[in-house]
Design a protein around this ligand. Structure first.
Ligand code: HEM
Ligand code: HEM
Length: 171
């Protein structure tokens, strides 16, 4: 008889994959250096801010019990590592857009999305835009590497451990 897979809710699954797509697109469209002041990468801002917009309902749903319990056969240490890893990913999902928005403000670039200009998070400075912008630029690539490792872990669960972890996040 087939075992029942403990799925995430369709809402959490939708948010997970749509967010992952936005992160990858934001990264692909990212640019740095003095040229972006003259020609700001608007779509980088849009997809990056979408990540921030999506993480809010996601955290609320998560706190309201939006994650199914781990497979009881999963070793406690692996459960702990998964929890810590997911926590770090959530941290990046919040920190990346906020530091990016701050970096744009420091560079004096107005962050305008569909005609609405968001308030600046800091006063403009003479370039270089400072440590927060540096953390953002380096953090963006660190984030992609961590998300890639996370994806590989999911494939490891699927094809080596042969458990239901990946299926939990599939519609
Ligand atoms: C998940 C979301 C995001 C990711 C993964 C990401 C990633 C990156 C990366 C990798 C860079 C370095 C590009 C390079 O130097 O070639 C960068 C630069 C930048 N990003 Fe983002 N970003 C995100 C969100 C945002 C948002 C929401 C904004 C603004 C509203 C933003 C504004 C900027 C700015 C202004 C720079 C240039 C910083 C500088 O040159 O010092 N980013 N981003
Ligand atoms: C930028 C890309 C990604 C980000 C930011 C991301 C982020 C996250 C986060 C924060 C969670 C925890 C969800 C929660 O419990 O509230 C999660 C779970 C999960 N992710 Fe991703 N993810 C990304 C890409 C991927 C990819 C490419 C795969 C598969 C190849 C994947 C497979 C999974 C699976 C299977 C889970 C559920 C784990 C479990 O059941 O405990 N993710 N992801």
């Amino acid at each position: 008889m087939e075992r029942k897979v403990q799925h995430y809710s369709q809402f959490m699954i939708g948010l997970h994959w749509f967010t992952a797509l936005c992160v990858v697109i934001a990264w692909l469209l990212s640019e740095g250096g003095p040229k972006i002041v003259r020609n700001p990468p608007t779509w980088h801002f849009v997809f990056g801010l979408a990540v921030l917009l999506l993480v809010v309902p996601r955290i609320i749903a998560r706190l309201a019990g939006g994650a199914p319990p781990f497979d009881p056969h999963m070793p406690p240490l692996l459960q702990l590592a998964a929890k810590a890893g997911h926590g770090v990913l959530y941290l990046f999902l919040i920190a990346m857009p906020l530091t990016g928005w701050y970096a744009a403000s420091a560079l004096g670039i107005p962050v305008t999305v569909w005609g609405v200009t968001l308030p600046a998070l800091t006063a403009p400075v003479q370039p270089p835009p400072g440590i927060v912008a540096e953390l953002h630029s380096t953090g963006g690539t660190v984030f992609l590497v961590l998300a890639g490792l996370h994806g590989l872990m999911a494939l490891y669960h699927r094809f080596v451990l042969r458990d239901d972890t990946l299926r939990r996040m599939m519609p």
